[in-house]
Design a protein around this ligand. Structure first.
Ligand code: ADP
Ligand code: MG
Length: 406
């Protein structure tokens, strides 16, 4: 797999006159006023863009935001992202009103050395996510043409780690059309994740939370044989508690996963650590009266919305001395103040562990920043939720696999 540094080296450090298409992950949350919320993914995309610009390239960036239905939809416009990107880069950012249409073609052709153009949300075109190979390829050809093609020095840099698990036109097909290079973000993410699946230093502790067991079952199955401890919090702990025969009130419960959880507990019960106390409330609101109860005594009608302080202590004790830690998924509904303490406490314990600590998952990474934790305490905060989980499941990532072909 060739990297961006290979591209730069092989061109003698000079990329001027060349149009380089970069797939970035700029899929950030927007506020109700339509402004960029947590800008972690934009920041993580900067190094590759700055490197290309510094070497004189004409940079065309393609990215998605949210899940529009293959047609333009103002609420998913990348325009606010273009503004924030310009601020963070400290350089002007051109913005095309479409993906491969008139605006994109004109602005791409007018790009000068060291200038950057961001295309509108790539998912406004149905070809991007189409299941039909020909339709995706046709759209990818449109993107290729913006660079002038290989003959005119066009090349593709894959830097959207958060999207490499998708077989989409701007992630996969485009790399079959242009010389392709792995961006620094994708390279770094893969290097870190390899340390979690190869020969992790022990003790190896994984903390999983978030909303659904069904989302994470595959990763639990593949990690369980490798880990020393699996700490389970978040909405998914209630299906495990139910599998042990406990009442969980109105907490999140996936009844169809109870059998799976029971089997996992039987197979590796000594490795799986469940909360011993939970914070319950009748509703998710800022001023809801809360109560901390033993995990085995959740009252009827109560919703378990965070792990309790005893559980935080037990999880912290399990994390103390761990030499490899992977954390995915908040311990509770951290977005609402009365249910944030579990996530904060566990995040602090993850940061305090002395070995490699990796945070994966969009909401977990957002929680780290929203709760005001020091991001430098973590070894690595992954930008890719789904992508990092699929990697840990041992699945092939199409956007990475395609980079390995010539
Ligand atoms: P990530 O994006 O880090 O992988 P998920 O998407 O799996 O995490 O889950 C994040 C969501 O899980 C958050 O929005 C959080 O509010 C929710 N959540 C956590 N604990 C609970 C709970 N006990 N009940 C309901 N939702 C929960
Ligand atoms: Mg999420």
């Amino acid at each position: 797999m060739k990297t961006l540094d290979d591209l730069i080296k092989h061109s003698g450090g000079k990329l001027d006159g060349r149009r380089i298409l970069v797939r970035s992950d700029l899929n950030v949350p927007l506020t109700t006023e339509g402004k960029v919320g947590d800008d972690g993914r934009i920041r993580a995309s900067l190094p590759v863009l700055a490197k290309l610009l510094d070497h004189g390239a004409r940079v065309i960036v393609t990215a998605h935001l949210g899940r529009p239905k293959g047609a333009p939809d103002a609420k998913y416009s990348l325009r606010p992202v273009a503004d924030r990107l310009a601020q963070l880069l400290g350089r002007p950012v051109g913005f095309a009103l479409d993906t491969v249409g008139e605006s994109a073609r004109l602005l791409a052709s007018e790009l000068k050395d060291g200038e950057l153009l961001l295309l509108e949300n790539v998912r406004f075109n149905p070809g991007e996510t189409s299941k039909d190979d020909a339709e995706r390829l046709a759209f990818a050809r449109g993107l290729e043409r913006l660079t002038g093609g290989e003959d005119e020095g066009g090349a593709f840099v894959e830097d959207a780690f958060g999207a490499v698990h998708r077989k989409h036109a701007s992630v996969y097909d485009i790399a079959t059309l242009l010389p392709h290079y792995c961006g620094d973000l994708v390279r770094d993410e893969l290097q870190v994740l390899q340390q979690l699946t190869g020969e992790p230093k022990r003790p190896y502790v994984v903390v999983l939370g978030g909303s659904k067991v069904s989302d994470k079952l595959a990763v639990i199955e593949s990690l369980l044989p490798k880990v020393d401890r699996l700490l389970v919090g978040g909405g998914m702990c209630f299906t495990f508690l139910a599998a042990q025969g406990h009442e969980v009130g109105d907490s999140l419960l996936e009844a169809d996963q109870i059998d799976n959880c029971r089997r996992l507990l039987e197979e590796s019960g000594d490795k799986i650590v469940l909360p011993t106390d939970v914070v319950v409330a009748a509703e998710i609101s800022d001023d809801a009266p809360t109560q901390t109860v033993p995990a085995t005594e959740i009252p009827p009608g109560g919703k378990g919305l965070d792990i309790g302080s005893d559980s935080v202590q037990a999880f912290a004790a399990a994390l103390d001395g761990a030499r490899t830690v992977f954390w995915n998924g908040p311990m509770g509904v951290f977005e609402v103040a009365p249910f944030a303490a579990g996530t904060k406490g566990v995040a602090e314990a993850v940061a305090a562990s002395s070995g490699l600590s990796v945070v994966g998952g969009g909401d977990s990474a957002a929680a780290v920043r929203a709760l005001g934790l020091d991001v430098n305490g973590f070894g690595h905060i992954s930008t890719g939720g789904g992508a990092s989980l699929e990697y840990l499941e041992g699945k092939e990532l199409p956007g990475v696999a395609v980079l390995e072909t010539i």
